[in-house]
Write a new protein. Structure first.
Length: 624
């Protein structure tokens, strides 16, 4: 009678097993719409058989089966597929974020034709051309002033639009950093729960699903990889940096950038070093703000600064109908009050730098004339300096072209008096100020004697902005201009003196007596001709080139972002579809399983009932 009740135990196990399978299927159904949930399956194994070595085995098997037992409850998950999705997720969100914000930039440039910046610029040139034909007309002067005000307003509105997007992106960056910190803390907390659960011999499927979902969300913000060590210490990395290690989570922080932009940079909270985030939506936001939007604002500032500077240069030398001369047409705000551009850069109370925007040589040059000199010019570049050689057989025009084609952040052209002009551009590195000439040096005599900019050649005669009164390196009669306040596009406006008296608009040049000559429209002609002259500083040769290239560049960026976003969407849809086929809950399949398990449960119950009847017969109905 040693095994008389073994059948009851076997049936009980069968009931428990089928009940667990039904409960697990119900758990799957109830979480069919739960984000990140993986369907679970009960793993059933054959129970260890019963074997009694002290009993005889004659005429029967030596092992007696004990039915089934639950081995584990596992989630259906493909870890390799999960790693591919995590790696690909950051690319999808990167291009999705760029696509959204580039579209916003496109809307700024996509202005109605009648009020666009390009249209107002065209009207500005036309008004000066009309004034050149009717220099005695007060109405023509009023048209110049009115259209100039409209142009200045359009430039300011474009700047506001671009800077507004930059501010919006900066807010998104700070919000994304908070999201990243929250996700890493949650992952660390779930890690701790998983370790405790596994230590008790459990299989924490729902906690594992929760962690995978958090990691996937994190990968949408930054580029991450995961590593699950043999000791169950789950780790999350970003570009070789540990973000989560077990129950410990590193955090990011933001600190204000010291360039008066109001932006924040992302740093590690523990080391205070800058965090380099290259992918995910946060990586895209940082690139959009620090590269794309900054580049668009710098290009607009470059156009505005050079436009105002060139117009002012002509207007200042012209004379109005009221015989007033020496007026700047557009308002320019110098960055410093020192006439030599001296500035306290490190904030210790002592001037230590020189902020100069433009040098103008003393000698008139023929652009087709050969220089007849040998040497190398050293100019401030994007990082450090760049070298620009010149040879005896080069023409002035070729040397200027070589300067402008270099990666230097100093550009050149000949002004209306054919004098060589060197101007600073915006700086690629945020560490360097915009519109500041940082270094000019010539091993020969092209800058030192031929054009009349530097007083001496060689390293001893070099101009370097990292000292006060650096303009002493220039020749005595060389002209220079102090750098403007940052973002000239934000404050450009017509001179109040000209708006108060439109007769101050200079159409011609003064006579020897300093008065205007009847019918003289030479100054107006010269201003109108600026439109098509190669006077633009930077990559664009003319002002028309600026408008053509600015629209083209932003359109190409938008096309690139859209195409890559669609491509990444297609890839991710395929990967998610494959994951859903493995881990997703199919209601029909679960219902079919429940019916199957229910039949098994009923059969096991019938088996227990039969065993009960057999025992009842043996115990109660057999008579001695």
């Amino acid at each position: 009678m040693a095994n008389s009740f073994a059948g009851i135990e076997l049936g009980k196990n069968a009931l428990i097993n089928h009940s667990m399978q039904i409960s697990t299927a119900g758990h799957n159904i109830s979480n069919a719409d739960t984000e990140g949930y993986s369907r679970q399956r009960v793993q059933i194994k054959t129970a260890d058989p019963l074997y009694r070595p002290d009993l005889t085995r004659e005429g029967r098997p030596g092992q007696i089966g004990q039915g089934s037992a639950i081995e584990s409850v596992n989630r259906l998950r493909d870890e390799l597929l999960d790693q591919r999705i995590v790696a690909q997720e950051s690319k999808e969100t990167y291009w999705g974020t760029r696509d959204k914000y580039i579209l916003m930039l496109e809307e700024i440039y996509n202005e109605p034709d009648d009020i666009s910046l390009r249209t107002n610029m065209d009207k500005f040139w036309q008004s000066w051309q009309e004034l050149s034909m009717y220099p005695e007309s007060q109405a023509a002067r009023q048209a110049v002033v009115t259209r100039s005000e409209s142009l200045a307003d359009s430039i300011q509105e474009r700047f506001k639009g671009l800077s507004g997007i930059g501010t919006l992106i900066n807010g998104d960056i700070e919000g994304s950093v908070r999201q990243v910190n929250s996700l890493t803390r949650q992952i660390a907390a779930v890690n701790e729960q998983i370790v405790k659960s596994k230590a008790m011999g459990d299989n924490p499927n729902d906690l594992l699903d929760r962690r995978d979902l958090l990691v996937e969300k994190l990968s949408g913000l930054i580029n991450v990889t995961t590593d699950n060590r043999d000791n169950d210490e789950f780790m999350v990395h970003m570009d070789g940096q540990v973000i989560v290690q077990g129950k410990v989570a590193r955090q990011f922080d933001v600190e204000a950038v010291t360039d008066n932009s109001g932006y924040s940079r992302v740093i590690w909270a523990d080391t205070k070093e800058q965090a380099n985030i290259s992918a995910g939506s946060l990586g895209a936001l940082i690139e959009l703000r620090d590269v794309d939007v900054r580049s668009e604002i710098q290009t607009l500032n470059t156009m505005t600064m050079n436009f105002a500077d060139l117009v002012n240069d002509v207007h200042r030398n012209g004379v109005g109908a009221n015989n007033v001369s020496g007026l700047d047409f557009f308002v320019q705000r110098p960055f410093v009050t020192s006439v030599n551009g001296n500035y306290d850069r490190n904030g210790d109370g002592t001037d230590d730098s020189s902020y100069i925007f433009r040098f103008t040589g003393t000698n008139s040059l023929n652009p087709q004339e050969k220089v007849g000199l040998e040497g190398v010019m050293t100019l401030s570049g994007k990082s450090g300096t760049v070298s620009v050689p010149y040879h005896a057989t080069d023409t002035i025009e070729e040397v200027i072209q070589r300067i402008n084609d270099s990666d230097g952040e100093v550009k050149a052209y000949l002004d209306r008096d054919s004098k060589l002009v060197l101007k600073a551009t915006t700086s690629l590195s945020p560490e360097n100020p915009d519109f500041v000439i940082r270094h000019v040096e010539d091993s020969g005599l092209f800058l030192a004697g031929y054009s009349g900019i530097l007083a001496a050649s060689g390293e001893a005669g070099a101009y370097s902005f990292d000292r006060p009164d650096a303009v002493n390196a220039l020749t005595e009669k060389a002209e220079f201009a102090v750098s403007p306040v940052i973002n000239p596009a934000a404050y450009i406006s017509v001179n109040d003196a000209i708006k108060g008296d439109v007769l101050s608009v200079a159409a011609g040049y003064p006579t020897r007596q300093g008065t205007s000559m009847v019918g003289d429209g030479r100054a107006a002609v010269e201003i109108a001709s600026i439109r098509n002259l190669y006077v633009m500083i930077g990559k664009d040769r003319t002002f028309d080139d600026y408008f053509a290239n600015s629209v083209t560049n932003i359109a190409l960026k938008g096309e690139q972002a859209e195409m890559n976003h669609l491509s990444q969407n297609t890839i991710m849809n395929d990967l998610r579809g494959l994951r859903d086929s493995i881990s997703g809950v199919n209601i029909d399949e679960e219902l079919a399983d429940i019916i199957k398990f229910q039949h098994g449960y009923n059969a096991a119950a019938k088996f227990v009932s039969v065993m009960d009847q057999m025992l009842d017969t043996v115990i109660n109905r057999l008579k001695v």
